[in-house]
Design a protein around this ligand. Structure first.
Ligand code: G4P
Length: 194
């Protein structure tokens, strides 16, 4: 997506060969107009999939998931990051370990907000190793619902997340695909393919 790539080039900061900072428009300060454009793009891409719910993982996935859900006219559900297991039968939970941040949490979904009839679109800001998206998919499958697609704002295509999700049979649509990062350098997949 052109406007996202341009914004990354203008304001993104490649801190190393693996981390891209986008705090000025996605992760800390949020650009609502850009979020709306990205939500419109996801909604257009997945419009024929009969999506009934948009799921995301707190916190940076919430803004693009909300605009996507608004354009599709369906509810959005936030998967919560709990520090410990909830000992009741009301929730689905799965443990996630973040390689990027070195932290673990219990990804949590209340059973009352999902059913076997749901066709789910999962939206998140970054795809790195795919831990969060794979965890989301486990919860959706545990609920008996169908994961119809995964929408990502920024995919670091040089990390293993995309391959893991494709190997698991999921449809992955990323608005910006980064082929290479280095201090002060960002290259998109299209730059190399073209
Ligand atoms: P994975 O889910 O794809 O395996 O990713 P990983 O565990 O490696 O990343 C965990 C957290 O780090 C996620 O945020 C993810 O969005 C973020 N992240 C990964 N790579 C980058 C990067 O290059 N730049 C930035 N800015 N973030 C990155 P989170 O812990 O869920 O935090 P948040 O959603 O509350 O912001």
């Amino acid at each position: 997506m052109k406007i996202l790539e341009e914004r990354i080039l203008k304001e993104g900061k490649a801190l190393s060969d693996s981390v891209l900072k986008v705090d000025s428009f996605i992760n800390h300060q949020v650009d609502p107009m850009l979020m709306d454009e990205m939500g419109k793009d996801f909604a257009e891409h997945f419009k024929d999939r009969n999506i009934t719910k948009v799921l995301t993982i707190e916190s940076s996935g919430i803004a693009p998931a909300l605009t996507t859900a608004a354009h599709l006219g369906v509810p959005m559900i936030i998967l919560k990051k709990q520090t410990s297991k909830i000992l009741s039968g009301d929730v689905y939970q799965t443990r996630i370990t973040s390689f990027t941040k070195g932290t673990s949490y219990e990804l949590t979904l209340y059973k009352s907000y999902i059913s076997k009839e749901d066709n789910v679109l999962l939206i998140d800001d970054f795809l790195a190793n795919g831990e969060a998206a794979m965890g989301g998919s486990r919860l959706i499958e545990e609920a008996g619902a169908h994961l119809a697609g995964i929408g990502i704002l920024i995919e670091k295509s040089f990390q293993r997340g995309r391959k893991r999700l494709l190997d698991a049979g999921y449809d992955v649509y990323s608005l910006a695909r980064i082929a290479k990062l280095a201090e002060g350098v960002v290259e998109f997949v299209d730059d190399i393919e073209e």
